[in-house]
Design a protein around this ligand. Structure first.
Ligand SMILES: C[S@@+](CC[C@H](N)C(=O)[O-])C[C@H]1O[C@@H](n2cnc3c(N)ncnc32)[C@H](O)[C@@H]1O
Length: 279
């Protein structure tokens, strides 16, 4: 087997494992309980309306795609995970909007150059492992004069730190894969798009997570949120899950604003990019 074949095979294995991660648990519940407001911020920034064509990359259950279609835009929602697209299809039917749903990879978008007026992604592309490839694809499919809107958990914020806590318990990511929270760093996003004729402006925002207590929150995530559910499945037979759970409860306590309860701000970066007209 030559090295190119090996690389392709490794990427396929990686993508299959990502698909299985997001298909597991109940991401629809997480999207509804924790992410609705973040998606709302992206839609407000994108200002979709009649006449706009809009692509929601890593749409999940259509958290941003459906509200965009309700505002009159012609919308495509793309995701790697078929079970989430099933939920999205159902939710769109309930909302009475017609959306094109596409199962594909954010790193290999199946659309011609300059296909969309607006491309957005809510806590989505940050989970694709090859950041440069993904940035190139986003910039390629948006038309000159069009906009890219991205919401990403920041490295310093609660979910960024949640992933940092999980990291040492899990195998190292494959060569060439970059950590998701980097998309929440202004300089990283600026660098990714520097040669792609997209100029960004940034705002840091927060959403509040509320639960009965830090441990109830961690257990909720371990049941429903694919990345933590997969970590629990892996670490339980090794006898290490309780250790990670305790670390996550400690982290959650350190961010908690309401002693005796759980009320935690989770920071995300709202990045709004304009694709320049060709000189
Ligand atoms: C945290 S969820 C966000 C979903 C949705 N945007 C929302 O706001 O609820 C991350 C999403 O990224 C998708 N995803 C991860 N890697 C992907 C890839 N390489 N290509 C397309 N989608 C991907 C997952 O399937 C999942 O739906």
């Amino acid at each position: 087997m030559n090295s190119t074949a090996t690389t392709t095979c490794e990427i396929d294995v990686l993508k299959a494992s990502h698909r299985a991660t997001w298909d597991s648990g109940d991401y629809a519940a997480v999207a509804r309980d924790l992410v609705t407001e973040v998606a709302g911020a992206a839609v407000t920034a994108a200002r979709p309306g009649p006449g706009d064509s809009l692509l929601d990359v890593a749409t999940g259950t259509g958290n941003a795609a459906i509200p965009s279609a309700l505002k009159g835009a012609r919308v495509t929602g793309l995701d790697l995970a078929p079970s989430l697209l099933e939920v999205a299809r159902h939710e769109a039917a309930v909302a009475g909007v017609d959306i094109e749903w596409v199962e594909a990879d954010a790193e290999d978008l199946p659309f011609p150059d300059a296909s969309y007026d607006k491309v957005l992604s809510v806590l989505g592309v940050q989970f694709a492992p090859h950041h440069e490839t993904c940035a190139r694809e986003l910039a390629r499919v948006v038309r000159p004069g069009g906009e890219i809107i991205l919401c990403s958990w920041t490295p310093e914020g609660f979910i960024g730190q949640f992933f940092k806590t999980i990291g040492p318990y899990m195998p190292s990511p494959p060569v060439g894969a970059s950590p998701p929270p980097l998309w929440g760093d202004e300089r990283h996003v600026g660098r990714l798009f520097a040669r792609l004729d997209v100029e960004f402006e940034f705002k840091r925002r927060s959403v509040m997570f509320r639960q009965q207590s830090p441990s109830v929150f961690v257990d909720y995530m371990a049941r429903n949120y694919g990345p933590l559910l997969k970590a629990r499945e892996r670490l339980t037979p090794e006898g290490r899950w309780q250790e990670l759970r305790a670390d996550l409860v400690t982290l959650s306590e350190s961010f908690n604003r309401v002693p005796g309860g759980f009320s935690v701000p989770s920071e995300f970066l709202l990045a709004r990019g304009l694709r320049q007209w060709a000189p």
